[in-house]
Ligand binder design. Structure first.
Ligand SMILES: [Zn+2]
Length: 121
């Protein structure tokens, strides 16, 4: 069982969370070509190594968080507040090759970092 460090509640068991998908995906803008929507809706990577994911803490604070987890070892490397639900434009600093886990990325819309024009540390 995974122990997930919720930034709001502390370390909790995985059973309190629901997986919400890949937090590195970015929703295409309105009017984007069909190929962009096809890729967003249907195509998924299967990265090995550190990967950023959405998790909902339904058994605790009820907040969406972004968890960095190693898909090869299941080690949870960190977690941060999402600032909004999945699909709101949040992106991760993790590239599809799994590198760049801590290189930042744009914060979710509505978060303090996004409003300040900064990046997530
Ligand atoms: Zn929580």
């Amino acid at each position: 069982m995974l122990l997930i460090p919720c930034p709001h509640c502390g370390e909790r068991a995985q059973v309190e969370f629901a997986y919400g998908g890949d937090a590195t995906r970015q929703r295409p803008h309105d009017g984007a070509p069909d190929e962009a929507w096809y890729e967003y809706v249907y195509l998924r990577g299967n990265p090995r190594g550190p990967h950023r994911e959405w998790w909902l803490h339904h058994g605790g604070c009820g907040q969406w968080i972004r968890v960095t987890r190693d898909t090869a070892t299941h080690a949870v490397l960190g977690a941060e507040p999402a600032g909004g639900p999945p699909g709101d434009g949040a992106v991760s600093g993790i590239r599809p090759d799994g590198k760049g886990a801590e290189e930042g990325g744009r914060a979710p819309a509505g978060s303090a970092a996004a409003e300040a024009g900064g990046s997530v540390a």
